[in-house]
Design a protein around this ligand. Structure first.
Ligand code: NAD
Length: 353
């Protein structure tokens, strides 16, 4: 069978998950990598057996042998590189978020329509085993109509610094970095209803707290604490046109007792949790049941989820299938995420037609 020839653009932290998964996929070959930082690109090329190294993504895209690319660069370049890649005839797997503005996201959607190429947004949680299991229960109607979801991803000390904290390159803080995952997984499991309105609040109260000692936290590849122009906390209430609602809060830093992650869905017939681990709630014969699925891994498994995401992308490219996380979903997410910032700035609810 034909193998898909891959180029990976941006070879920082998350690229290892992409490169590792392509390397394991027997229908893909890693041909090229590209990074502004040549040394970093060369190291990754060596590690994963890429024969071509670029420092300008345009040169990689001009390489006629490359069929598809993973875009693992800073958020503000996702839309620009996606559009250029589609126009160069490549299929695209772009890391989340799709873009940093709704306008950009729409331009990517137009490029997908114009070129007929495939674009998959890296909503990796959709591809995780625990999500796939829960989706089967939801699709079979076990939860009934899901009318409420609630998600939290609160880091007490977790501003990664570097580009994550620089609004120009990231487009925003925990809303775009963590909120995108929390909102997407709820929205996807709720059946992707159309967003009706967003009310949000963002806070810049604590700064990046680089002063804190004796407690370690994740730092970006090029950590730099000197610049911090992003929010440290956000919350939001999102309404959908089917009457369902979603409440979410996310932080890079907060005076919380501990880090916290939870994703909960409530339906007419049952409920479910997907974070911190898969759990189901139901009622039968007038009795409430709390149910723990007996599966290998109830928790989100990062490596497994990326492998499943990449396998799906390769399969879609080679066999002309529609991705599970298409560009239209990336656009809808950008409406919700940007809606949170706009609502907070204007101090009022943002409504969509
Ligand atoms: N799906 C997930 O769970 C997940 C987790 C982490 C990061 N991400 C996303 O992955 C992306 C990268 O994050 P990261 O943590 O790997 O950051 P990183 O800083 O470790 O790596 C980004 C790399 O991209 C390179 N780069 C930036 N702009 C470039 C350009 N125009 N051309 C070529 N190279 C360029 C940088 O030099 C850097 O090496 C972000 O969009 C982030 O939101 C997703």
């Amino acid at each position: 069978m034909e193998r898909l020839k891959i180029g990976v653009i941006g070879t920082g932290s998350i690229s290892d998950l992409h490169l590792g998964a392509y390397q394991k996929n027997e229908h893909a070959t890693i041909l090229a990598v590209c990074d502004l930082n040549e040394q970093r690109a060369k190291e990754k090329a060596e590690k994963y057996g890429a024969s071509r190294v670029y420092t300008d993504y345009r040169a990689l895209l001009a390489d006629p042998e490359i069929d598809a690319v993973s875009i693992c660069t800073w958020n503000h370049s996702h839309a620009e590189i996606s559009i250029a890649a589609l126009n160069a005839g490549k299929h695209v797997l772009v890391e989340k978020p799709l873009s940093v503005t709704v306008e950009e996201a729409i331009r990517v959607e137009e490029a997908v329509e114009k070129t007929g190429r495939l674009l998959q947004v890296g909503f990796v949680r959709r591809y995780a085993a625990n999500t796939r299991i829960l989706k089967q229960f939801i699709d079979a109607g076990d939860l009934g109509e899901i009318y409420y979801a609630k998600a939290s991803c609160l880091r007490r000390l977790g501003n990664p610094g570097g580009w994550f904290a620089d609004k120009v390159r990231s487009g925003g803080g925990p809303v775009l970095d963590l909120g995108v995952h929390m909102i997407d997984i709820c929205w996807y499991l709720m059946g992707c209803p159309k967003v009706k309105s967003v009310t949000g609040n963002t806070y810049h109260k604590l700064g990046n707290r680089a002063n804190v000692q004796n407690l370690s936290f994740y730092r970006a590849a090029d950590y730099d604490a000197s610049k911090n122009t992003v929010e440290d906390l956000a919350n939001a209430l999102i309404r959908f046109d089917n009457g369902a609602s979603l409440m979410v809060d996310v932080s890079f830093t907060l005076h919380a007792k501990q880090d916290e992650i939870s994703v909960k869905l409530y339906g007419e017939k049952g409920g479910a949790e997907i974070e911190p681990e898969l759990f189901l709630v139901s009622e039968k014969h007038n009795t409430i049941l709390n149910m723990t699925p007996q599966v290998d891994n109830l928790k989100f498994d990062f490596v497994e989820a990326f492998e499943s995401e990449i396998d799906h992308f390769v399969d879609c490219c080679l066999n002309g299938r529609e991705p599970l996380s298409p560009v239209q979903h990336g656009v809808e997410l950008m409406k919700m995420l940007c809606g949170i910032y706009e609502s907070s700035e204007k101090g009022k609810e943002i409504c969509f037609d």
